[in-house]
Design a protein around this ligand. Structure first.
Ligand code: C2E
Ligand code: CA
Ligand code: CA
Length: 672
């Protein structure tokens, strides 16, 4: 597949060179034709003018001959022969009737080249001595340069002779010319030898005019040539711009695409393969804010140069945008490539002695099209765009860590990406179709073994994928913001269920609903929840709001404000997953919470020397001191239940008592 950039690049290249060449050729042809035409017209004019007087002389001789032959007057013949011109007279049959001088005229070869003018047949003849074609009077003479040059180089002797004959010393060119005039009613032809002459001035005039024309044409052509060259240079510059990255001064993404795909298509060596890498400098924006954009760009420039210095033959690098770089590298072994990238990153991390930078790289290995045939295995159907996109996806899987790292795009990642796409595509439809179900996991009092509460947990009952656990879609919703809608949906459904059960006279217990931290940016969250619950008419004490610990990192003031308002409305608020992070204690200090939910991790694995028990015991103690109820999550075994009962833990939510269950099943439990 040829990329769009490749097409655009070719277009620019073609049009510009094409236009330049076309312009140049067109102007060359037009100016050559014009020059030739002008020269011809000019010389014809000169020759016509020159020949007219000669024709007059020959006409005069012809009249003399007519008079002589009419009267058969030897005196007039003598007069005719006394004239300087040689002549012959031919009859209708072509036989010579009379002649004087050297007969070098032939009209057999030259033939009659021209037709009548003013009722007289005027013909051009060929001088058999010299093989020149001579036209008659009043004819437009189509001389070509060859002839003209031959005329110029005419025999000096002939010229000298003509000079004597005509008594003129000024003549520079003298050429014998045979002109014919019909005599005796056209039954005979008088053909006289005239002289075409030109003096020095004529020659200078002609040559200088022609020279001026040639110079003019040369100037035009040179101008054209210069303009064509300029065009080519301009086009070069344009292509440079097309491929130039303004920040680093190096190559840009378009160049990478065009040149990369081109290089890959030519590639037929099976010794190594190619990989596309998406490399990013982390916290670039932050660096620019603190050190100016200019300093940031300078840094990118140095990074680009450093990367380039590590590249081998056929490898390439381009700055794509912001702090992103695209690389195409050769490799033989995946681990080796990973090692190489780690080394590259290590070098880049310390590019500035005063700063330590972090870089993340995603790698997409390119597939050859003809895998089985090692010798001709090439990259015919490569799509660098997609490969780079995959590499970027791999890189983005590292994003949360914030540290340097390298990740390869693989099947697992592809599946993840596909799943992400599927979820995003279907989320709204699933909500509209009520595919999201509320499951309830009861919380039991370990002493009385009575249900004291429950947690509402979402399940996606998809017609396509079956029952999907929240871990598969909640993190996606948290990223794309859909979680707010889903949490509202859950609160509404739980409130509706509670109201229904209440109306049926069941033993209703408080149900906690998870509210994602994404919500806490809305400062009217408490009012929104109240409004939703009030619509169903459920008493507020039957709804509890669970906040995960990570939510406590955000705006503390807003958080306290929302919690206080929720409490004012009569909703209990709990801290979920207590102990799974590191600022739990700090949050406890500031937040007026009602319930502490001990994270399930406390009850996983064996702790040595009863250390786990000590921590749990003290956590419960702490909660109690702060006037909170304690819920232990993820409790699966009897010993843990006994221990917690002994420690005065208020509730246990775990598989030991019950797994999360559909509403109908939970309904059964509270009906009893
Ligand atoms: P969570 O809020 O900590 O919910 C408790 C999770 O622990 C539930 O997983 C529950 O099934 C599981 N669990 C409870 N007891 C045991 C036990 O004894 N052993 C084991 N192995 N697991 C136990 P679940 O339902 O898969 O939910 C996972 C997470 O998804 C929840 O963790 C919560 O963070 C999130 N989530 C679930 N529903 C919602 C919701 O409606 N809104 C929001 N924002 N998040 C939700
Ligand atoms: Ca929870
Ligand atoms: Ca939890």
């Amino acid at each position: 597949m040829t990329s769009k950039s490749e097409k655009k690049y070719r277009q620019i290249k073609r049009t510009h060179i094409g236009v330049s060449i076309f312009e140049f050729i067109l102007f060359s042809i037009v100016s050559s034709v014009m020059l030739v035409y002008a020269c011809q017209q000019f010389t014809s004019y000169i020759i016509d003018t020159k020949l007219s007087s000669e024709y007059d002389s020959i006409s005069y001789l012809a009249k003399l001959y007519e008079a002589a032959s009419a009267a058969n007057d030897e005196n007039i013949y003598a007069l005719l022969d006394g004239e300087a011109h040689d002549y012959i007279v031919v009859g209708a049959d072509g036989k010579v009737i009379r002649e004087k001088g050297v007969n070098s005229c032939s009209y057999e070869e030259g033939g009659r080249l021209f037709l009548t003018a003013q009722d007289k047949v005027v013909t051009a003849y060929r001088d058999t001595d010299r093989d020149y074609v001579y036209p008659g009077k009043n004819e437009r003479i189509h001389l070509d340069f060859l002839h003209f040059r031959e005329w110029m180089q005419s025999d000096r002797d002939e010229v000298e002779k003509s000079l004597e004959l005509n008594g003129s010393v000024d003549r520079f060119i003298n050429l014998p010319i045979w002109l014919s005039v019909d005599v005796n009613g056209g039954s005979e032809q008088f053909i006289g030898k005239a002289v075409f002459y030109a003096n020095r001035r004529d020659v200078i005039l002609i040559t200088s005019s022609i020279a001026a024309l040639i110079v003019l044409m040369a100037v035009i052509l040179i101008t054209m040539l210069v303009s064509a060259i300029k065009n080519v240079i301009r086009q070069r510059n344009m292509l440079d711009l097309f491929f130039n990255d303004l920040v680093t001064g190096g190559h840009n993404w378009t160049w990478f695409l065009v040149m990369g795909e081109r290089a890959l298509k030519k590639r037929r060596n099976a010794k190594f393969r190619f990989a596309v890498v998406s490399l990013i400098l982390l916290n670039y924006r932050n660096y620019c804010v603190c050190h100016s954009l200019k300093a940031g760009e300078k840094l990118l420039c140095r990074i680009y140069t450093q990367i380039n210095a590590t590249l081998g033959k056929k490898e390439m690098c381009a700055h794509t945008n912001a702090a992103n770089f695209a690389l195409m590298l050769k490799y033989t072994d995946e681990e080796e490539l990973r090692e190489r990238l780690n080394e590259l990153i290590k070098g880049l991390e310390v590019i500035d002695t005063e700063h330590k930078f972090s870089f993340q790289a995603g790698v997409s290995l390119l597939d050859r099209s003809a895998e089985h045939d090692k010798k001709t295995a090439g990259y015919k159907n490569v799509d660098l765009d997609t490969a780079y996109n995959n590499a970027s996806a791999a890189r983005m899987s590292l994003e949360d860590s914030g540290d340097s790292g390298v990740a390869f795009f693989d099947e697992k990642l592809r599946e993840e990406q596909e799943w992400l796409d599927k979820v995003q595509e279907r989320q709204q439809r699933a909500l509209d179709n009520e595919e999201f179900m509320v499951y309830y996991q009861p919380k039991y009092d370990p002493k009385t073994e009575q249900i004291r509460g429950a947690e509402a947990l979402i399940r996606w009952k998809s017609p396509e994928f079956g029952i999907v656990p929240p871990g598969r879609f909640i993190p996606i919703f948290e990223k794309n913001g859909f979680i707010t809608t889903v949490d509202h949906y859950m609160i509404r459904h739980v409130a509706e269920d509670q109201k229904r059960w209440l109306d049926m006279g069941y033993h209703c217990v408080p149900v906690s609903v998870n509210v994602s931290r994404a919500h806490f940016v809305e400062n009217d969250l408490a009012d929104q929840i109240k409004e939703m619950v009030d619509k169903t008419g459920t008493p507020h004490e039957l709804i509890e709001i669970e906040l995960t610990e990570s939510a406590f990192f955000d705006d503390k003031k807003a958080m306290i404000n929302t919690i206080s308002r929720l409490k004012d409305f009569g909703f209990a608020v709990s801290m979920d997953d207590f102990g799974s992070g590191y600022s739990s204690l700090n949050s406890l200090k500031d937040m007026p919470l009602d319930v502490l939910k001990l994270d399930a991790e406390f009850f996983r694995g064996d702790s040595e020397d009863g250390r786990g028990e000590i921590v749990v015991s003290e956590a419960i103690h702490l909660g109690k001191l702060l006037n909170m109820k304690i819920v232990a999550e993820g409790v699966e075994v009897k010993e843990q239940v006994d221990f917690l009962a002994n420690e005065d833990c208020d509730m246990i939510q775990g598989y030991y008592y019950a797994k999360p269950m559909p509403a109908e099943e939970f309904e059964e439990r509270i009906r009893q």
